[in-house]
Write a protein that binds this ligand. Structure first.
Ligand code: GEK
Ligand code: PPY
Length: 242
């Protein structure tokens, strides 16, 4: 059990930009499940997809792995042999705790957790890559290059799972979806103040794109097929196949 997320429960005189520091790590599972509609469904589905898509003797990447939820789901799901799961995160606090999580459970597929920038690591001999709510923290101008690198590193038939908070090009729809998400957070026990302060903290560090922009980038990157398989409010997940 992780601690309850109370990070924005008191009024901050100045809300700092959100970072994945030790305080966030401590409450992360509680924070993400109370903030992201469908998070558990997405993690379970990543596990199911790994059974279908992991190819023998290939690498599986979890980019921006946080505490390793997707890594652990894939380690349970993979039936292919000779695979290796590589989890990467640039938060030293996340990586430390992630390694503990991974070691706490047994599984036959080996897992390596690396502290590093996903923009710098090589993607090679991959049959499956996961970007589960990570691309949204990368500079918009650098997103295409990252997706192109991933597509190049995937084997034919390889899969990318891309999950993101999204914005709508239609302002009225955008308002409705944001409102539904804020109501979801309030129903999960966050106060008006917590919702507002978190929103300010994320404003400059988490920039969202529309579904259309994501689909266009996936096509430019070299994916032959892509589709949303999940959407709840302004949160979505895509599958893209090379
Ligand atoms: N350039 C970068 N390089 C490496 N890591 C990065 C970078 N930028 C951000 N991160 C890392 O990406 C993760 C995003 S959380 C992913 C949840 C997880 N996938 C999950 O399935 O539970 C999503 C969220 O909290 O909204 C954090 O751990 C960052 O340190
Ligand atoms: O909390 C929010 O409002 C979000 O949009 C999702 C989220 C969840 C965890 C870290 C950063 C963003």
């Amino acid at each position: 059990m992780s601690d309850t997320d109370l990070i924005y429960s008191q009024a901050h005189s100045q809300v700092k930009n959100f970072t994945f520091d030790a305080q966030v790590v401590e409450v992360f599972p509680d924070m993400i499940s109370r903030s992201v509609p469908g998070y558990n469904t997405i993690i379970e589905t990543i596990g199911r997809l790994s059974k279908q898509f992991a190819q023998d003797n290939s690498n599986i990447y979890d980019l921006g792995c946080s505490l390793g939820a997707a890594t652990l789901a894939m380690r349970k799901g993979i039936t292919a042999t000779g695979c290796k799961i590589i989890g990467v995160d640039n938060s030293i606090d996340m990586v430390k705790r992630c390694k503990m999580h991974v070691e706490a459970f047994k599984g036959k597929t080996p897992v390596e957790i690396i502290e590093g920038n996903i923009q710098d690591i090589a993607i090679e001999n991959a049959s499956m890559v996961v970007l589960n709510f990570t691309l949204q923290f990368i500079d918009k101008s650098e997103r295409q290059a990252l997706l192109t690198k991933i597509a190049k590193g995937l084997k034919p038939g390889g899969l990318l799972v891309l999950s993101e908070k999204i914005s709508s090009n239609d302002q009225r729809i955008d308002e409705v979806l944001i409102d539904l998400h804020h109501n979801f957070k309030r129903d999960n026990g966050y106060s008006e103040l917590e919702v507002a302060q978190k929103r300010t903290a994320l404003e400059k560090v988490m920039l969202t794109d529309s579904v259309e922009v994501h689909k266009e980038r996936l096509a430019i990157a070299g994916f032959n097929h892509s589709s949303q398989w999940f959407q709840c409010f302004n949160f979505t997940s895509f599958v893209a196949i090379k």
